[in-house]
Each structure stands twice: as C-alpha cells, then as structure tokens.
Design a protein around this ligand. Structure first.
Ligand SMILES: Nc1nc2c(c(=O)[nH]1)N[C@H]1C(S)=C(S)[C@@H](COP(=O)(O)OP(=O)(O)OC[C@H]3O[C@@H](n4cnc5c(=O)[nH]c(N)nc54)[C@H](O)[C@@H]3O)O[C@H]1N2
Ligand SMILES: Nc1nc2c(c(=O)[nH]1)N[C@H]1C(S)=C(S)[C@@H](COP(=O)(O)OP(=O)(O)OC[C@H]3O[C@@H](n4cnc5c(=O)[nH]c(N)nc54)[C@H](O)[C@@H]3O)O[C@H]1N2
Ligand code: SF4
Ligand SMILES: [Mo]
Length: 707
C-alpha cells in the first residue's frame, strides 16, 4: 500500500513543503503540501523530479575511486580511510593550510552541510574554507558587516506597499534577498500583492518575469546600477523625500553621500544607466513615497563589476527611507534555528569586516570575508608553489569547474592537486569526474533535516524537522558524516556553537544539529518532539516585538564608511567604452536547471539541452545570424559558442546566458547537446570587486560573430 508522508524539498533552497508518496521503500511521487501554511501546495518542475533523482539510473549509489582504468567502486568507509591517510600526510608535510574545503550549492541543501564544513576547517586549522557565497552575493555580507544593521529587522515583503527589485527574478530563481519576494509560490504571491495595491519597480536589462509585472521597468545598461541608484538617491535627497527624523536620529555621513551623488543629476544618471530620465525620477518618487518595503538586489548587479558599490547604494536608499521595523512593531523574520539576538530599535554596530587572524591570500590582496576565503583566489592558491599552496581539495556538493571564473585555469588547478575529493550524486559532473574519490551521498528524502537554511524567508516563526522518508542505499553517508569521519581519523575536532562535537562516536543527526544551532530559539530536538504528522511547527510566542533602543547606544549608520562615496565619484569619472567588445553578456537562471544540477534528469533535459544565448531579434540581424544558429562569443578572457535564441524581452546590445552548463572536455561540437559554461569568458584577475574578489560574471564585455 502506498503511504503518503510530509517532508520538504531540498532540490533548491526554497524548501517547499511536500507530500511524499512511498511504495516498497521507494518514492513514487512528490507534490506540494496544500495544508502547509506557508507554501500552500506549491512545487516546481525541478522539485517534482525528486523520485527520479533518487531512484533513476544516473544516481551514484556506490562511492568511486580513480585507478589506472578510470573509476572503480569502493566501500565508503575504506575510501575515507584512504582519504584521511592522504590528508594526514599532506598536513604533516605542508601544514593545515594545504587542505582546502569548498562548500558548493548542495552544502547549503543539507541542514548540517555548511555548519559542518566550517567546523571541519576550523578543527583542521586551515584558512582555506571557501563557499559559493563569494561567487554569488558576497557584497551583501560585506555591506552588513561594514555598515551595520538594524536590530529590529528590515521591512518584509508581506507588509510592503512598494518593492524595488534590482537584477533579481524570483519567479524563476525562487531566490528573494532579505525584504524581497519570498520563494513560496512566488508568481502567485507577487500577483496577489499587486492586486492588493503593491507598487513594483524592477531594474533589469531584460524584461524578466518580474519586470513584466512591474509598474516601472528600468531596462538598465548592464553594470550601470551604481549610476541608476546614485540618480535615484540624488532625486530623493534634492526633493527631500527621505525620512528626515530617522536620518537625523540614526545616520551619519549624509554629507559625503550627498557630495558623491551630486555628480549624478537625473539626466546624467539616466544617460549613463541607459534609462529614460522621467522613468528614473518616477521610480525615485514611487519608492520614496511608499511607506513600507525595501529595495533589494539579486545576483545580476552583484556580479556586474561594482557589487560592493551597488550594495552600498542599495543600503543607503533603505536607510534614507528608514525601511525598518520600529519600536512596538513585530520584528521581521523571527527565525527559530538561528542564534537569538536582541530585537531593538537600534543600529547594531559594524562587525569586523576582515579575516580572523589568518594571513591574507597570496593573491590580489584579498582576505577573508566573514569566515571564508574568496573563491577568486582558489585556483591561484592551488597552482602557485610556495608557503600556503593548496594541495588537497574537498568539494561538498559543488562544481567548481563550471561555476568558478576562468575555466581553463580551474581545470589546470584541479589537475595539479595531490588529492581531489568530491561528495556528489553525479560522478559524471564536470568536477567529480576529475576527482580521485567521489563519495556517494544520501539524498534529501533519505535524510533528517531542519529548515535552518531557508528560515531567513519565513515571516512567521515556522520550523521543520523532517524525518528520513526512505532508507538510502547501503553504505551511503551525508556530507557532515563524511567530515566527521575524516576529522575522527585525523584526530581533529569539530567545534560547534554549543561546544565541541563528540569525536569518539558519531552523534545522531539530531544531536549534531542541536550542538550546531545552540543558542537558537527552539532546538531541533524540541521541534522534532513538537512535530505532529510531519507538519511544520509554528511558534507564535517566539515572534519578537521590537523593543526600545538603548538610549545610550552609540549605534548609527555611517554612510561615509569604507570610502564608498569616493568610489562612487571615481566610478562616475570612469565610463570606459570597450569598442572591441560592444555587447554585454548578463547572467540568468535557467528554469529547468539548478546551476549544473539536473543536466542528467530526463524530464529536465527534455525541456532544455543547450544553454542558449538570448538576444533581441534586431540584434540577430545585426550579428548576423538566425534563431537557432550557432554564434561565437568572445571576451578579453576567452570564448564560447552558443545557440542564438531570439528573445524580444532583451535590451538591445545585451546577450543573456546561464552559467553552469557544459564541460571543458566537450568541445564546441557538443554545444547543442550540452551547452557551454560562460565562465570561459570570465577572469578572476582582470576585473573583480576589490573588497570581495567577486569577478565580472555578469555585464561581461563581449564580441559576437556568426560561427
Ligand atoms: N559566470 C557565472 N558564474 C557563476 C554564476 C553566474 O551567474 N555566472 N553563479 C554563481 C552562483 S550564484 C553559484 S551559487 C555558484 C554555484 O556553484 P557550485 O555550487 O559549485 O555549482 P553547482 O553546479 O550548483 O554544483 C552542485 C553540485 O552538487 C551536486 N549535487 C546535486 N545534488 C546533490 C546532493 O543531493 N548531494 C550532493 N552532495 N551533491 C549534489 C551536483 O551534481 C553538482 O555537481 O556558481 C556561481 N558561478
Ligand atoms: N531554476 C533555477 N533556480 C535557481 C538557480 C538556477 O540555476 N535555476 N540558481 C540558484 C542560485 S545559486 C541563486 S544565487 C539564485 C539567484 O537568483 P536571482 O538573483 O534571482 O537570479 P536570476 O534569476 O538570474 O536573476 C538575476 C537577474 O539579474 C539580471 N541582471 C544581470 N546583469 C545585471 C546588471 O548588471 N544589472 C541589473 N540590474 N540586472 C542584471 C538578469 O537579467 C536576471 O534577470 O537563484 C537560485 N535559483
Ligand atoms: S522551488 Fe525549489 S524547493 Fe520548491 S519544489 Fe522547486 S526545487 Fe523544490
Ligand atoms: Mo548562488
């Protein structure tokens, strides 16, 4: 008899509530759980592939070891013995910094993934901990640390009467930054809010899914968001549309910002940003005249060359308009599994923005951002001999060969390692197939998990502890279990928030999670005990009310900090045309992939094989080429071929592609079947954000010719 149980999807970070049908120990169907108070029955095509992902022939069910003849099966515990012995020898010879850990996207889909990766690196004493955060939106991390945050929380989408999305398309990505559109049935949610009177502004070089619904769509020139935002700040300051009382009480550095945006009067800002002046002015007024709601960015502008400057201006706009929860209001985003912090009407002081006692990278002067090294330097840290060279890399649910800048360099780096270990469901991924060992992981429906990694979206105190729905194939382990087993064999520890992880016997996942999130509002074991029929647990009493700020608190936002006003002035003075590369390539998400995940799932492949280059129809004529023809796309760093697709929603002069397709081992002849990775066009050493090291992964100057 089939049995239906409740769980949640972990194909992506949205963690949609799911009903899981189980027959004979196999998952036969998943569907959105209509009774869930947050998700209300929503699911997407990727999540509905979970049965196939778990049981299809493409899934890795036995760990692999590379030998002379290619991969051969190996027992996971035997593989861990060998890996630990090799790591031990590398550390003995070269010290702990010779070992690097990279947590990719799927380190963020297991509730213990990232926490255990950080703990493993700390226990080992290596500075070389990397995650996809520094390929993604690191400027948000920097800006929060540098400019401080509001202890009462920002406005949420739920209460907003105006929303402003810059380079963020949550209808497809199911990713909404803080204050943006939460990923719960995002299309319906946005349409409902618009029906209730929400005003929506979207800045995106293409008419994205959300831009198509917007009151004002600003088709900004790629990479020119700082001009657009500086123009909007200029209008808001000169028309006095900001929250004067809030600014007077909580903000320093307004003069410096005012001086910097003086170079961006609306006409000049609009010209530089490539939008109409009246639209820019209308957007400024629409945003400032709203009472609640924030401006937020997705990946596009973060990757477009001035991520930290853009994010600074975004923060400035929210601060000027005082878009924060005030004393006596419910604080936004209550969070159950995150360490509890006071919710007060007060500016939290800035955090130390840089590394924690470790030396800087040997490259480009880059240092730790929060707890991690920037991905920008990983390939060079592997390739360059000398003190600090990385010789072993453990990849947790990531695919650096298609996701990092400069693919050829990363290919050389991976080939030069003494030891490459990947834990991945796909031994054929571009990275895994080059590894010495590929460990076969348990997949999501075979695991217990909590909702810690998605809870920065929940507007209510919503918590989940899911049980494993089915048994994993014999011998498979989780990502955190792999790290525990390695630390156990190496004799190192796993320091967690609640104290050291027991290292003599592997704890249960519940015990591990309890230690990992110690200090949170309700421990995982408590939520598990409170769970009925697998449903989410809601704790209304854990929703904090914003308390009065400390009258003696020194906290103020400092808009002059970090030299950002000067950087804005320098940006304004340097508008450099690139005549050899007249087009701009922008990044985007593919509806039928999750970065590189899903390339081997039949239903997703049926929807999309290649990675098309979307171009305005007039631009096809300009190249010239037809819809479906192959074009050659060249940047200063490299070239790819791609299948051209006519897309009337593109801004002319802009080409839009997703990133994590293909494999450098597959030549241009495979483009229709596999697509190519745009990271062949990206260099980590030519243009990168000076603070975070984020490379130019969007707004890349390119030339396009028929192939
Ligand atoms: N040019 C350019 N580059 C980019 C971007 C861009 O927009 N443009 N985007 C950047 C962003 S935002 C990110 S987050 C990074 C992504 O960078 P990565 O995380 O390094 O890349 P993914 O392709 O997501 O890698 C996921 C891997 O996890 C494996 N996997 C799938 N399911 C499971 C599972 O259940 N368990 C385990 N252990 N593994 C699993 C997949 O097979 C795949 O190999 O790329 C970045 N790179
Ligand atoms: N289906 C699916 N969902 C995903 C992923 C996936 O691969 N597939 N990846 C996941 C990951 S790892 C992440 S980080 C999130 C990202 O989530 P989002 O940031 O929402 O990603 P996108 O949907 O690519 O939206 C980015 C938008 O930025 C625009 N853009 C590009 N360059 C610029 C620019 O210079 N300025 C401005 N203003 N806009 C620009 C693009 O046209 C695009 O519409 O999505 C996640 N969700
Ligand atoms: S949006 Fe993400 S979590 Fe929700 S069903 Fe799709 S893949 Fe799963
Ligand atoms: Mo990402």
């Amino acid at each position: 008899m089939p049995e239906v149980r409740r769980s949640f999807c972990r194909f992506c970070h949205a963690n949609c509530a799911m009903l899981v049908t189980i027959e004979d120990g196999r998952v036969t169907k998943v569907q959105g759980d209509p009774d869930d108070p947050v998700f209300g029955g929503y699911s997407c095509i990727k999540g509905r592939q979970l049965p196939e992902a778990h049981h299809g022939p493409q899934r890795l069910t036995v760990s692999q070891k590379r030998g002379a003849e290619g991969f051969a099966d190996i027992d996971t515990m035997a593989a861990l013995d060998e890996i630990a012995a090799k790591l031990g020898a590398i550390i003995a010879g070269h010290g702990p910094h010779a070992v690097a850990v990279y947590g990719g996207t799927y380190a963020f889909q297991n509730s213990a993934g990232v926490g255990s990766a950080l703990a493993f690196a700390q226990g080992l004493g290596t500075r070389n901990i990397y995650t996809s955060v520094t390929l993604d939106q690191p400027a948000k991390v920097y800006t929060t640390m540098q400019y401080g945050s509001w202890m009462g929380g920002m406005h949420t989408f739920a209460e907003a009467d105006v929303a402003f999305f810059i380079g963020n398309n949550p209808i497809v990505s199911h990713y909404g930054p803080p204050g943006g559109l939460p990923p719960f049935s995002p299309s319906r949610r946005l349409r409902d809010a618009l029906g209730d009177g929400l005003k929506l502004i979207v800045a995106d070089p293409r008419q994205s899914d959300v831009a198509a619904l917007a009151d004002i769509h600003l088709p900004v020139r790629p990479g020119e968001d700082p001009a657009l935002l500086a123009g909007i700040v200029n209008v808001i300051l000169s028309e006095g549309l900001y929250d004067r009382a809030f600014v007077q009480r909580y903000v320093d550095g307004l003069d410096a910002l005012q001086r910097a945006v003086a170079a961006f009067p609306p006409a000049a800002a609009a010209a530089r940003a490539g939008v109409e002046e009246n639209q820019l002015v209308a957007a400024a007024r629409m945003f400032a005249n709203g009472t609640k709601g924030v401006v937020s960015t997705g990946t596009g502008p973060e990757m477009a060359g001035n991520g930290t400057l853009t994010q600074y201006l975004v923060s400035a706009l929210n601060i000027l308009c005082g878009r924060f929860c005030r004393e006596g209001e419910k604080s936004s985003i209550p969070r159950v599994f995150t360490p509890v912090t006071p919710r007060r009407a007060e500016v939290a002081p800035p955090m130390t923005p840089y590394g924690k006692g470790f030396p800087a990278s040997r490259f480009r002067g880059l240092t730790h951002l929060g707890m991690e090294m920037p991905c920008n330097v990983l390939a060079d840290e592997i390739l360059t001999p000398g003190e600090g060279q990385v010789r072993a890399l453990i990849v947790i649910g990531g695919n650096p060969l298609v996701a990092f800048p400069d693919q050829d360099k990363m290919a050389r780096a991976l080939a030069g390692l003494d030891l490459l270990v990947a834990i991945d469901v796909n031994a054929e991924s571009a990275t895994a197939k080059r590894a010495d060992y590929v460990l076969a992981p348990k997949m999501c429906l075979e695991r217990e998990d909590i909702s810690n990694l998605s809870e920065w979206w929940y507007e209510i105190p919503y918590a989940r502890y899911t049980e494993a729905m089915i048994e994993a194939p014999e011998g498979l382990i989780e990502e955190w279990e792999m790290l525990w087993e390695l630390a156990h064999r190496l004799g190192t520890g796993l320091p967690l928030a609640g104290g050291p992880c027991p290292m003599d016997e592997r704890p249960t996942k519940e015990a591990f999670l309890d230690l990992m999130v110690a200090g949170c509002a309700a421990l995982p074991s408590q939520v598990r005990a409170d769970t009925v029929d697998g449903k989410a647990v809601i704790y209304p009493e854990l929703h904090p009310i914003v308390e009065a700020g400390d009258p003696d608190a020194p906290g103020r936002f400092d808009l002059a900090a970090g030299g950002m006003p000067d950087r804005l002035i320098a940006y304004g003075a340097a508008d450099q045309p690139t005549p050899d590369f007249p087009w701009r390539m922008v990044s985007r998400r593919s509806r039928h992939r999750f970065n590189s995940t899903g390339q081997n799932l039949p239903a997703l492949r049926a929807k999309r094989t290649t990675n098309p280059a979307f171009l305005h129809p007039d631009d096809l004529a300009r190249i010239p080429c037809g819809d479906g023809d192959i074009v050659r796309i060249r940047s200063a760093a490299g070239e790819v071929v791609a299948v051209a697709r006519a897309a009337p929603n593109m801004r002319p002069g802009v080409v839009s592609m997703a990133h994590a397709f293909g494999d450098p081992g597959i030549g241009p002849e495979g483009v229709r079947e596999h697509g190519a990775s745009t990271n062949r066009l990206v260099s980590e050493s030519v243009r990168y954000d000076p603070v975070t090291g984020q490379s130019l992964q969007s707004a890349i100057p390119v030339a396009i010719t028929p192939a």
